[in-house]
Design a binder for this molecule. Structure first.
Ligand code: ATP
Ligand code: MG
Length: 407
């Protein structure tokens, strides 16, 4: 992409409307635009990051045999009434709307009810199980507080997956596979070494749920861990009997702030029973389908990564999800010409700063936008047939032969 052709510009000042540093940079560098608190638009750079995150998630979930779908946003109150979740007293984050012809609809905050109902058309027998399906879709939640930029949106992108099994053992098998897939996803996103599987409260049907928590100062959650991080607990389960169960003492644990980037739940028959999703087992008996659900906050992950790695100069993206891998700058007449030539040969992953600006301004933007590698060709480097490559993360610079440049 050529910078001169982008409608998006970087701003000199950080926006006052954002509190978190990463959120400020996301707006300043032109990744996102704020409509209202918790409501954001994604601009070309921001969309590229989201798409890369989505691709990584898709690849890993497809590998464990989950099938991608896309469910409707508008929700039928009748279904949610069956599980007692239409009532605003029971689910306080609903956005509701009205049909012109009369009657209410909801904007989906999650999708257990409609998918459970839909599966009644397809799941009849134990032979139809297990199955898992996921979607990457916009969710709506009337969150009371939305001050953390895209980390807590009122409209946000979630990956939600649901599994359907004929027994607890079959469920456990998929649950375990999904844990492994999640670990791979966070690893590939560049937060594998700071994201921990955490025990959290599990609701009625399992003793615990598992959250995936990324350690980050601006996180809304508090997690407690032992010295080697083999036990990590959400603060909400820090009770004496639970500590005893994990064989740890309160004094041995340390607390830190973290953001929940995903979670997995055993639902058992919580939804299949009230909605009547049953299958016929091997003995010809009808049973409720055993369910699980598995979320990842796609736009939250982007916000968390922006916060986590930003420095005083701007964003610092892990290579796998950066909007571009290279930021190309030419200095001087020959440098510009050579840069244009290099760009022509390439590539999806190059942002060519061909704007009529001083090199210093381009370098500042390269740092603000947070592209992993800045590639500079100038009259000076060209004398030796070289380009200068600077890594955003470390600030280290090295010279590379032009013939060795692989974009
Ligand atoms: P939280 O405790 O942060 O409110 P939750 O427990 O309500 O999240 P789920 O309903 O299980 O979350 O949603 C699955 C995932 O979606 C969460 O793990 C989180 O990463 C993400 N998520 C939840 N709410 C939001 C939000 N308002 N904005 C952005 N991402 C969110
Ligand atoms: Mg939670």
């Amino acid at each position: 992409m050529k910078f001169s052709e982008l409608f998006v510009k970087t701003f000199h000042e950080a926006p006052k409307s954002e509190e978190a540093r990463g959120a400020k940079f996301l707006v300043q560098a032109g990744y996102i635009h704020k409509e209202l608190a918790g409501i954001y638009d994604y601009l070309p750079f921001g969309l590229r990051v989201l798409e890369k995150i989505k691709t990584i998630i898709r690849e890993e979930l497809n590998k464990i045999g989950s099938q991608e779908i896309l469910l409707s946003t508008l929700q039928n109150p009748e279904l949610w009434g069956k599980t007692n979740r239409w009532d605003i007293e029971k689910m306080d984050i609903w956005f509701k709307t009205e049909l012109a012809a009369g009657g209410e609809l909801g904007l989906a905050p999650t999708h257990e009810e409609p998918l459970t109902e839909l599966m009644k058309s397809y799941i009849k027998s134990y032979k139809d199980l297990p199955v898992a399906a996921y979607q990457i879709q916009t969710k709506f939640r009337n969150e009371l507080r939305a001050k953390s930029g895209i980390m807590r949106g009122r409209e946000f992108l979630m990956k939600d997956m649901y599994s359907f099994s004929s027994s607890e053992a079959e469920h456990e098998e998929f649950y375990h596979k999904s844990e492994e897939a999640y670990a791979k996803i966070y690893e590939r996103l560049g937060i594998g070494d700071c994201t921990y599987r955490t025990f959290a409260s599990g609701g009625v049907f399992a003793k615990y749920s598992h959250e995936f928590q990324t350690v980050v100062e601006v996180g809304e959650d508090t997690i407690w861990h032992n010295a080697d991080w083999s036990v990590v607990l959400n603060e909400e389960v820090m009770q004496d009997e639970i500590l005893a169960e994990f064989d740890v003492k309160r004094e041995e644990l340390e607390s830190t702030r973290a953001a929940e980037v995903g979670n997995i739940f055993t639902l058992k028959d919580k939804f299949s029973r009230p909605l009547g999703l049953e299958f016929t087992d091997r003995d010809g008996k009808k049973q409720p389908v055993f369910m699980g659900c598995y979320g990842i906050g796609v736009s939250r992950v982007m916000g968390v990564i922006a916060e986590k790695f930003a420095d005083e100069k701007g964003l610092v993206w892990p290579e796998a999800i950066a909007p571009f891998k290279y930021y190309l700058v030419g200095i001087g007449e020959n440098g510009m010409e050579k840069a244009a030539e290099l760009y022509r040969g390439h590539s999806e992953e190059v942002l060519f700063d061909d704007r009529d600006l001083r090199p210093g301004e381009k370098f500042a933007d390269a740092e603000l936008i947070g592209i992993p590698y800045r590639v500079v060709v100038s009259d000076k480097t060209l004398k030796n047939g070289e380009a200068e490559i600077t890594e955003r993360k470390s600030g280290e610079t090295r010279l590379v032969k032009l013939s060795d440049l692989t974009f």
